[in-house]
Design a protein around this ligand. Structure first.
Ligand code: NAD
Length: 246
């Protein structure tokens, strides 16, 4: 029997990251969950992963902390023996018009959403290079391509993820490592559930397919990009947005 692949997924305690973890686990992938907050949700995700019969471990770590990430990556490799797949999914928002945006709002969002990806890629790639194999997928956003009033920090961080991904694809392609980004549009999560019906109707008008995405739509894109079927695909940004940005 072939040995399971190993995926390190950040922000996998809940939301889109949890769905990515469960989708890859259903495909016989062992999962290292790296998350920071909402331990109650993470516990539920860990239970669901165990129920799928894969090896799964939780590591509490702030992805913006360079040396803490190094420690966690080294520990994951000790625990699992390797990392085949890295999914940079952890992300936050701190929305304000630029006129009101504080330096701290900018720094927090850029440090978690963009530097967090750098930290993981920096510490995971040496292990991937030794195996001459790796699949890196980072979660961007259509907002990183469109811009969005009230999200200067978030849009800049998600545009940065695209530049980082394309560069990593060029630098690490010769080492057998692919790097791609997935750019979701509006996805049904706790965040979008909180919107009023009126706000939702306004959103639907922007989306040719007329509805919000589900977390499984994003997870399926990640599953494809980390599968053998995508072995010749690197440096792409796969929009999963119902046509919101064409
Ligand atoms: P979420 O808030 O439900 O989940 C984010 C996860 O990241 C949480 O588990 C949280 O604990 C973790 N996290 C936050 N800061 C962290 C840190 N410093 N270190 C480690 N983990 C941390 O959000 P979500 O909607 O599931 O979003 C997941 C990703 O998808 C994010 O990168 C987000 O920007 C992106 N995205 C979401 C949407 C959407 O509509 N929900 C749209 C486009 C892009």
């Amino acid at each position: 029997m072939a040995e399971n692949r190993v995926a390190l997924i950040t922000g996998a305690g809940r939301g889109i990251g949890a769905k990515i973890a469960l989708t890859l686990a259903a495909d016989k992938t062992d999962i290292a969950v790296v998350d920071y907050s909402d331990e109650a949700a993470a516990k539920e995700t860990m239970d669901a992963l165990s129920a799928l019969g894969v090896k799964a471990k939780y590591y509490r770590c702030d992805v913006s902390d360079y040396s803490a990430v190094k420690t966690v990556v080294d520990t994951v490799v000790k625990d699992f023996g390797k990392i085949d797949i890295l999914v940079n999914n952890a992300g936050v928002t701190a929305d304000k018009l630029l006129l009101r945006m504080e330096e701290a709002d900018w720094d927090r969002v850029l440090n978690i959403n963009l530097k967090g990806c750098f930290n993981l890629i920096k510490h995971v790639t040496p292990y991937m290079m030794r195996k001459r194999y790796g699949r890196i997928v980072s979660i961007s956003s259509v907002v990183g391509m469109m811009g969005n009033a009230g999200q200067a920090n978030y849009a800049a961080s998600k545009a940065g993820v695209i530049g980082l991904t394309k560069t990593v694809a060029k630098e690490f392609g010769p080492r057998g490592i692919t790097a791609n980004a997935v750019a979701p549009g509006f996805v049904k999560t706790a965040m979008t559930d909180a919107l009023s019906e009126e706000q939702k109707q306004a959103m639907y008008k922007l989306i040719p397919l007329g509805t919000l995405g589900e977390t499984e739509d994003i997870a399926n894109a990640v599953k494809f990009l980390t599968s053998d079927a995508a072995r010749y695909i690197t440096g792409v940004v796969l929009k999963v947005d119902g046509g919101m940005y064409i």
